[in-house]
Every structure is written in structure tokens, then in C-alpha cells.
Design a protein around this ligand. Structure first.
Ligand SMILES: NC(=O)c1ccc[n+]([C@@H]2O[C@H](COP(=O)([O-])OP(=O)(O)OC[C@H]3O[C@@H](n4cnc5c(N)ncnc54)[C@H](OP(=O)(O)O)[C@@H]3O)[C@@H](O)[C@H]2O)c1
Length: 380
């Protein structure tokens, strides 16, 4: 498929609905680097049509496109794939209009992630208005659902905390579901995770020089994590999830405690001694051939600066001194692997492009420098 499309000089026309938000801006950055994509339609809630470079000066001389309020007929004639970078409850107003006309959709909101609409209604306090498409949307976590994503027309892109928790736990819950007694996820996120236009998000005064927990054991990503882990384990998995807010812009780090019902030394057959090294090897094997997952060696653990501005997910694992405990420490950039990077990775799979096309880190220093200059607005 890749060869055919390259040979035909295939250029995919894409639209971004909600281009002015954090994830919309990040999508613009990524898609401008993509060799087989033409950004052809952009929306924001504006009083008059405005050039995207008026909203984001860093796109001056890079993208000459006007951004306007959503207009269905203009959208339909302009693009074939749409990224919905909208808040939940808004996406499900737009997605059915596009799907009905045969357009492909990658929704970054939570509207199509939870397969049980009652669960959605309970956690998001809103009626689900598009149950037909809810059934069809594929959960877009590339390393877990790659085959389905390749065939999909409609993707429910994961939540940022959820993506990291699921990737961190997938090998363990899939390979050793019977021995898992409890899972505690202690998560810390930069403030961009709440979105630029968040109404329930904290003010800068609350964030600056501060660190605090919020939505303790009641965050809306909890059922999403449980849904996906339960599918992998083929049994019901429950988690305790406590998010915290960091006084930095981007990145999520999770420290996950998995308590076992048996000592880790007797995991599986009872004969094998499960050490940190064996767990690490199990993770390396599970994620072999996955370009964006990096499993740390024994005694090494990720930090946010390892993954910020990249689409990587880094995971470190340790068998606890307490023989019934496994500790997993993992990190992603919430706006990349946790949102727009994952969305572009999904698009690449859907269209048979190279999986890492348009995704950072870029391959050469020259390319990296180019991005840095564009982002900071310098032209040297
Ligand atoms: N931020 C993250 O790390 C992250 C990670 C994973 C998933 N997500 C999800 O991705 C989606 C976008 O997140 P974000 O961080 O980019 O949010 P954001 O910065 O607040 O941007 C959302 C954009 O949606 C537009 N919008 C809001 N209400 C609208 C409405 N009623 N009709 C049309 N447009 C509307 C706004 O456009 P205007 O600017 O034109 O008003 C805004 O720029 C959310 O569902 C979020 O949960 C975010």
C-alpha cells in the first residue's frame, strides 16, 4: 500500500476542526512535516475568517490557509480525513455529519472511547448522541490495536493519562492477568493536559510553583483504562487512579504499583524467578517492532525531558523488594503520544504511510533544527 501511494504521489487532504487549541496547534506542527499530507481545511470559532498565521505567527510563510467557523459543505469539499480537536460532547455533534458523507475521522475527544454508552453518560455527565458510530469507532492506541486501526475509518484517539497507563500495563495484564491483585496509578501531568480553553481547569495562579492532586480516584480516564486493560486481560481489571498537576507545560509521568496475589518469584508456573530483568525482557518482547516504545534497562527509569517534544513512550520496570510488588515508571509527552502524535500515527496506519512519518524525533539534526526554528519563530 505504501509503495502504491508513494508511486502515485498520493497526497491526503486533511482538515483540523478546533485548530486553535493545544492539540490543534500540535497537529498543525506535525502535519506540516508530513510528506504525504496537505492541510486543506481549518476551523476555529472566529468573528471573521482569519489566516492561521494571524492566530499562530509561527505558521507564517509555512501555511497559507484561512481558518473559519465550521461549515459542512466547505469541509466536505476540502478534505478526506478530519481530525476533531474538540472538547467532549462537541465532537459527537460533528463526527456523524462527516461519517455520513464517507469522510474518515480521528476524534481526539472522549466521545467515542467508552464502548458502554451508560459508562460515558455516568462519567461525562452528558447524553451520548451518536451511539451508532460509538459501536464502530476503533480505540486508537497503535501498539495495542494496530490491525484494527489499519482497517478503520473512524478512530477514537485515547486520553493522555489512559494511553500511558495502558501502554505501561499491557504486557503484564495480557501475559499474567491471574496474578494481579491491585493496580495503583499515581500520575503527574503538565498543565497543557487540561486544554487551552478548559473551563474546569486550574488558573495559572494555582499552577505556578505548586503541585497538587485533583479528581482523586474520580478522574474520567479511569473507566477508559479499565475498559482497555480488561479487554487485554480477558477479565475485569480495576485500577485506582490519582492524577496530579505539575507546574510545567507538557509531559506525563506515571508511577504504577502492581500488587500481586502471589510473590513475584512464583509468577506464572511457580518455577520461574521473576526478577526485574525478566520483567524487562517480557516488556521488550511484547513491544518488539514498535518504533515509539522504549523499554529501559535494569535500574533505569524515564524522566519527562527524555520524551518531551517526541512521540516516544519510555517505560522502566522494577520487581519490588516486597516480593508481591511490581513498580512501573513511564512517561510520554501528553500532546504527542498522548494526543496529536498518536493521532498522526493512527492516520499513518490507516493510509499505509510509514508509521513514523511526520512524527518527532525527526531523523536528522538538520530537520530537528528546522523545527526548533519554526517553533520559536527564528529564521536564521
Ligand atoms: N491537551 C491534551 O493533552 C489532550 C490529550 C489527549 C486528548 N485531548 C483531548 O483533545 C481535545 C482537544 O484538547 P485541547 O487540549 O486541544 O483543548 P483546547 O486547547 O481547549 O482546544 C479545544 C478547541 O476546541 C474549540 N471548541 C471548544 N468548544 C467548541 C464548540 N462548542 N464548538 C466548536 N469548537 C469548540 C476551541 O476553539 P476556539 O479556540 O476557536 O474557541 C478550542 O480551541 C479534547 O477533547 C481533549 O480532552 C487533549
Amino acid at each position: 500500500m505504501l509503495l502504491t501511494r508513494k508511486a502515485e504521489n498520493f497526497m491526503l487532504r486533511v482538515g483540523i476542526i478546533g485548530a486553535r487549541g493545544y492539540t490543534g496547534e500540535e497537529l498543525l506542527n506535525l502535519l506540516l512535516q508530513h510528506s504525504q499530507v496537505k492541510i486543506n481545511y481549518l476551523t476555529a470559532r472566529v468573528d471573521r475568517p482569519v489566516k492561521i498565521s494571524e492566530l499562530f505567527p509561527q505558521f507564517k510563510n509555512r501555511l497559507d490557509l484561512v481558518c473559519d467557523n465550521f461549515n459542512l459543505s466547505h469541509a466536505l469539499e476540502s478534505a478526506d480525513l478530519f481530525f476533531l480537536a474538540l472538547p467532549h460532547t462537541t465532537s459527537m455533534d460533528v463526527a456523524p455529519l462527516l461519517r455520513k458523507r464517507g469522510k474518515k475521522v480521528i476524534d481526539l475527544s472522549a466521545d467515542y472511547r467508552l464502548k458502554d454508552f451508560k459508562l460515558y453518560e455516568a462519567w461525562y455527565k452528558a447524553k451520548h448522541k451518536d451511539r451508532k458510530n460509538l459501536k464502530k469507532a476503533v480505540y486508537g492506541l497503535a501498539e495495542i490495536h494496530k490491525a484494527d486501526i489499519r482497517e478503520a475509518d473512524f478512530i477514537a484517539n485515547p486520553g493522555c493519562y489512559s494511553a500511558l497507563a495502558i501502554l505501561s500495563l499491557a504486557p503484564l495484564v495480557k501475559v499474567r492477568p491471574a496474578q494481579i491483585k491491585s493496580i495503583i496509578i499515581d500520575a503527574k501531568s503538565g498543565y497543557s493536559g487540561a486544554g487551552r480553553k478548559s473551563t474546569d481547569g486550574p488558573s495559572w495562579g494555582e499552577i505556578k510553583d505548586n503541585f497538587k492532586a485533583y479528581k482523586v480516584d474520580s478522574h474520567q480516564h479511569t473507566p477508559e483504562i479499565e475498559q482497555e486493560l480488561s479487554k487485554l486481560a480477558k477479565k475485569k481489571i480495576k485500577v485506582t487512579f490519582v492524577p496530579h498537576l505539575l507546574p510545567i507545560e507538557r509531559g506525563i509521568l506515571e508511577t504504577i504499583y502492581v500488587r500481586l496475589s502471589v510473590p513475584s518469584a512464583s509468577l506464572g508456573t511457580g518455577k520461574c524467578q521473576v526478577s526485574s530483568v525478566k520483567l524487562i525482557n517480557m516488556y521488550k518482547d511484547f513491544y518488539k517492532n514498535q518504533p515509539f516504545i522504549r523499554i529501559k534497562n535494569e535500574g533505569e527509569f524515564p524522566s519527562l525531558s527524555d520524551v518531551q517534544h517526541s512521540n516516544f513512550c519510555d517505560i522502566g520496570i522494577k520487581a519490588g523488594k516486597d516480593k508481591k510488588l511490581i513498580i512501573i515508571i513511564s512517561a510520554i509527552d501528553n500532546l504527542l503520544k498522548g494526543a496529536s502524535g498518536e493521532a498522526v500515527q493512527n492516520m499513518n496506519l490507516m493510509y499505509g504511510f510509514r508509521e513514523s512519518e511526520g512524527l518527532p524525533p525527526f531523523e536528522t539534526t538538520g530537520q530537528r533544527e528546522k523545527i526548533k526554528r519554526f517553533r520559536t519563530g527564528f529564521t536564521i
